[in-house]
Design a protein around this ligand. Structure first.
Ligand code: LMR
Length: 333
């Protein structure tokens, strides 16, 4: 009995001393990934996929925390937070890089610059895309990838069939001078506003309308507060996934390799679902029956193009004529 008790005490003591001598496991490196859209969108799903793969390929050395829906920061704040190191990863819309001083990204906002996803990919998956991402380095940011969303719908509470239908309408835009020029060309009054505020602004009439791909329009319930929408596909909205450069460069090499693999795979995933997600969102909004969806006739589309394409020349000074030429050369068939 006594021996058993001593034995028990000895086993306990050994376990304790073992526990004390084993060094505490290193805390995982936390990557806060902040974004402004719903989890159930191409970007939201891409971020979730990255979280899963990053943790897997680094064997848990990294803990990715995804904060969707502007939970942590709104549009402009999140870029400041990244530069300050309060978050490590973002995927802002390409229309939101102007305030960082990288105006070339507004090339993606030019009306009708991409005919379809294939044309877009010649840029985002090619040399021009690499050149654009490299411009971020000087701002303390490393660009990792481009993620697709989709082509935009114009919406309001009145039908938008001809440029004249926009006269005097207050239209919410992202913080891009190209989008401002686009709305001015249509005779509308552009209003820059954070994404998280759009639904309420539409509901209360602070703005009359907006533009967004179907997935954003649907997941923010904008269709519940817009009576009309035109499937105009007049412009594109997509993302660059970016990290704080100092953070990224300071990672152990093997961790960074794991994260690069996770990013490559989640990029393929996000870009593989974007088109379908947008088609499904459009269908869901049609089924919901709150918004009347309009298609343009060839003649109406030509009238939009006539008014909107001069924005390319108007904005060449801001974006950089060389950048616009590089995108046009890459997409030329
Ligand atoms: C918007 O502000 O309309 C979009 O940039 C939101 C997003 O991230 O897709």
């Amino acid at each position: 009995m006594l021996t058993r008790r001593i034995l028990g005490a000895l086993v306990g003591a050994t376990a304790l001393s073992l526990a004390l001598s084993v060094p505490a496991l290193a805390e995982p490196i936390v990557i806060k990934f902040s974004h402004v859209v719903a989890p159930d969108t191409p970007k939201g799903k891409g971020a979730t996929k990255f979280e899963e793969l990053a943790e897997k390929y680094t064997n848990g050395a990294v803990d990715v925390e995804v904060y969707p829906n502007s939970q942590l920061y709104k549009d402009k704040e999140e870029l400041e937070a990244l530069q300050l190191g309060a978050v490590q990863m973002l995927a802002p819309s390409l229309a939101k890089f102007g305030p960082l001083g990288v105006q070339d990204f507004e090339v993606f906002d030019l009306p009708y610059i991409f005919k379809d996803y294939d044309a877009l990919h010649t840029v985002t998956q090619g040399d021009v895309g690499k050149m654009l991402l490299s411009k971020l380095e000087a701002k303390g940011i490393t660009g990792l990838a481009f993620w697709d969303n989709g082509f935009k719908i114009m919406s309001a509470n009145s039908p938008l069939m001809t440029p004249d239908d926009f006269l005097g309408l207050k239209m919410r835009i992202q913080s891009s001078k190209v989008l401002e020029a686009e709305m001015n060309a249509l005779g509308a009054v552009p209003q820059v506003m954070a994404f998280s505020e759009v639904y309420q602004a539409l509901q209360t009439g602070v703005v009359d309308g907006t533009e967004n791909p179907p997935s954003n329009m649907f997941t923010q319930k904008m269709n519940e507060v817009q009576k009309h929408a035109t499937i105009s596909n007049h412009g594109y909205l997509g993302y660059a996934v970016i990290v704080n450069k100092q953070f990224w460069d300071g990672l152990p090499a093997d961790v960074r390799t794991g994260l690069e693999k996770a990013m490559a795979e989640s990029t393929d995933y996000a870009n593989g679902i974007a088109k379908e997600e947008n088609e499904a969102a459009l269908q869901a909004m049609k089924d919901a029956g709150k918004t009347e969806f309009h298609e343009l006739t060839a003649e109406e589309r030509a009238a939009w193009e006539e008014v909107l394409t001069p924005v390319h020349d108007e904005m060449a000074g801001r974006i950089g004529a060389e950048t616009i030429a590089a995108v046009k050369a890459a997409t030329a068939e």
